[in-house]
Design a protein around this ligand. Structure first.
Ligand code: 5GP
Length: 190
């Protein structure tokens, strides 16, 4: 997606350890016009998939997910990172975050993810694929199907995308970064 790549080159900031910061338009301050274009592109790329629900993980996935849900007129569920004391029928799994270097639990109620659901997972970044694998686990526990996974930015040098595609999952990433070596953003030719 050309406009997204241009924005990443203009406003993205590299940090040591292969981290890209996009706080001025995705992860802290958000650009709703760009977010809408991102959602339109996801809708186009997943047009052939039967989907009845969008799923994401709080917090950064919520903005793109709600835009996709709005366009498709489908409900959006986000996996919570804190176990609410009042949540019943809960499914949970553990996810390792390499940016925070610790594991955390994500959970979702069986009331909102169950057999017969065909979900599209939307998230901001795909790195090692741990959040995505957590969603696959929650879907499996719920008896739901993952129809596809869409990411705004994929860091191909961390191989989560390769693993998910090898599992036969329909993965779409709107900007694929091949390398952040020497703090230079290099996109994969798509
Ligand atoms: P994964 O679970 O695929 O290893 O990592 C994806 C998650 O980690 C995303 O939900 C995102 O929040 C975070 N993440 C991974 N890499 C980056 C990065 O380079 N920049 C930012 N801002 N978040 C990242």
């Amino acid at each position: 997606m050309k406009s997204l790549k241009e924005r990443i080159l203009r406003d993205g900031k590299c940090f040591p350890g292969g981290i890209l910061k996009v706080d001025s338009f995705i992860n802290h301050q958000m650009d709703p016009i760009l977010m809408k274009s991102i959602a339109v592109e996801f809708v186009r790329r997943f047009a052939s998939e039967p989907i009845n629900k969008i799923i994401t993980v709080e917090a950064s996935g919520i903005a793109p997910a709600i835009m996709v849900g709005y366009l498709l007129e489908l409900p959006v569920v986000f996996a919570k990172k804190k176990r609410p004391s009042t949540m019943e029928n809960m499914l949970s799994t553990t996810v390792f975050s390499f940016t925070k270097n610790r594991s955390y639990e994500i959970c979702v109620s069986r009331d909102y993810l169950g057999p017969g659901d065909k979900v599209l997972f939307i998230d901001d970044f795909l790195a090692n694929g741990n959040a995505a694998k957590g969603i696959l686990d929650l879907a499996k526990q719920a008896g739901a199907e993952v129809a596809g996974m869409g990411f705004i930015i994929e860091k191909a040098f961390q191989h989560g995308g390769e693993e998910l595609r090898n599992m036969g999952i329909h993965v779409e990433s709107l900007a694929v970064i091949e390398s952040l070596d020497n703090c230079e953003i290099r996109f994969k030719q798509q």
